[in-house]
Write a protein that binds this ligand. Structure first.
Ligand code: ZN
Length: 158
């Protein structure tokens, strides 16, 4: 879990599991988001979803542009999606999760819980990893010592 930004000007968290990631709020601009992800070894294409707690600008600045650019779903309840798309005057890929509901986004289980805040339908979001992608095997040519040296060590006399 990484904090990319926190405070009144921008909020964004990053959760990584294997080769997939989840953004929780996207208050940074889309270019800054990309830079912050890549600085942590995460490509924007590996982001499975952008979870949104509510539609205030410090939580959603880069959300719609990011979702459209990388074809990543915005994940939140219908009221927040409607408020966000109205304020942005355009929509984006999305995946609705009801408040008090649960959904799966890539390898993540996401749960939306009601919270009190002056927004359309603000939620607290809990995300857990359901399954981790398997670690790819190390290519044979990179594993262990070179064969010739290995054999000499096995058969060499003292
Ligand atoms: Zn707010």
């Amino acid at each position: 879990m990484y904090c990319l930004a926190s405070g009144s000007s921008a909020n964004a968290l990053l959760m990584v599991a294997g080769d997939r990631a989840l953004l929780i709020d996207a208050g940074l601009g889309v270019r800054t988001l990309k830079r912050e992800l890549e600085a942590r070894g995460v490509s924007p294409a590996s982001v499975a979803g952008v979870l949104l707690t509510h539609e205030h600008i410090d939580h959603v600045r880069g959300a719609v542009p990011f979702a459209r650019k990388y074809n990543v779903p915005l994940v939140t309840n219908r009221a927040t999606l409607d408020a966000l798309f109205a304020q942005e005057r355009r929509d984006a890929p999305c995946c609705e999760v009801a408040t008090n509901g649960e959904t799966g986004i890539g390898p993540f289980a996401v749960r939306a819980l009601p919270v009190s805040h002056d927004a359309a339908e603000p939620v607290g979001l809990a995300a857990a990893v359901m399954r981790q992608s398997p670690t790819p095997p190390i290519p044979a040519r990179h594993a262990g010592v070179p064969r010739r040296r290995q054999r000499r060590r096995v058969t060499g006399r003292r």
